[in-house]
Design a binder for this molecule. Structure first.
Ligand code: R5P
Length: 289
């Protein structure tokens, strides 16, 4: 078995290689003069199970994944497992307006062309897995996030909307504290409304947990509400830290005490590693290797 780490997910691939005791395949990545990508798998993966690890964000990493998958197929790999730490385009999981694509479905279909199975971490919605035409599995980052948060004396885990409630519930059970949720209405891509709620956050250390932090708007508004309700320390934790535009500034100005994310998208806030959870899933009975 070989592990192939794409540009976006080198450290996750390295971690999986260590955990699964499987070598990292040597790959060559170059740009042609016109900037098109060239890839080559230098090791002989013919007849081998190959795990390709690549986050599909930003866009150039999607093309790189397609080429790596095709190279593995062309080289005669026995089985190709594609591990997508962060599945980009997951939020366009349906047509919100006439004339729109279902972007998540299109990307999933294309990834399925040269893979035998797929694993992705905390997909934005569960039904995204059904867009793949091959077996697709979801890996949860919550246990590792909860392990990190447990050291922070958290009294309350908060979901910024009802959609994130299951995640908050699961994290609170692992930490051993209470959970609650906010009521969020999305107006557009950058505007949301968080309705005040009768939260019991007075003097409490609160962790707000979500799948994605993009503009930071959702978290910043939740922090504002928590402050109004007298919260003590406020931690924001997510699986996928996109931190678009001035997200970090927004979170700091709102009064956030710590920003925590996994390394599905590498940043200075990637304090939680996802490789252990992915490796555990790979060795479980659910996914055959
Ligand atoms: C939305 O349903 C997601 O779970 C996140 O709450 C959202 O993507 C966060 O976006 P932003 O940071 O831009 O508010």
């Amino acid at each position: 078995m070989y592990i192939i780490g794409g540009t976006a997910s080198k450290s996750v691939a390295k971690g999986m290689s260590k955990n699964l005791d499987a070598p990292l395949a040597r790959i060559i990545l170059k740009r042609f003069p016109d900037n098109e990508l060239y890839v080559c798998i230098s090791d002989d993966v013919s007849g081998e199970n190959v795990i390709i690890v690549q986050t599909t964000y930003p866009d150039p990493n999607i093309v790189e994944l397609f080429l790596l998958q095709d190279a593995a197929r062309e080289a005669g790999a026995k089985k190709i497992t594609t591990v997508i730490p962060y599945f980009g385009y997951g939020r366009q999981d349906k047509k919100f307006e006439d004339g729109e694509p279902i972007s998540a479905k299109t990307i999933a279909k294309l990834i399925s062309v040269n893979a035998d199975e797929v694993i992705t971490v905390d997909p934005h919605k569960k039904h995204i897995l059904d867009f793949f035409s091959i077996p697709a599995f979801s890996c949860s980052a919550v246990p590792e996030l909860a392990k990190y948060l447990k050291k922070k004396n958290i009294d309350l885990v908060l979901a910024p909307d009802k959609g994130a409630l299951d995640r908050a519930k699961q994290a609170s059970a692992l930490i051993g504290c209470d959970f609650d949720y906010m009521e969020k209405t999305r107006i557009d891509g950058t505007t949301i409304e968080i309705k005040p709620k009768n939260l019991n956050a007075q003097n409490k250390n609160v962790a707000i947990i979500d799948d994605i932090i993009s503009t930071g708007g959702t978290m910043a508004k939740s922090i504002n509400e928590l402050k109004k309700h007298g919260a003590n320390k406020i931690f924001v934790a997510c699986t996928h830290g996109l931190f678009a535009g001035d997200a970090i500034k927004k979170l700091s100005s709102a009064g956030c005490d710590e920003i925590i994310s996994t390394d599905t998208i590498k940043s200075e806030f990637s304090k939680v590693k996802i490789a252990p959870s992915l490796s555990q899933l790979m060795t479980s009975k659910q996914v055959s290797i």
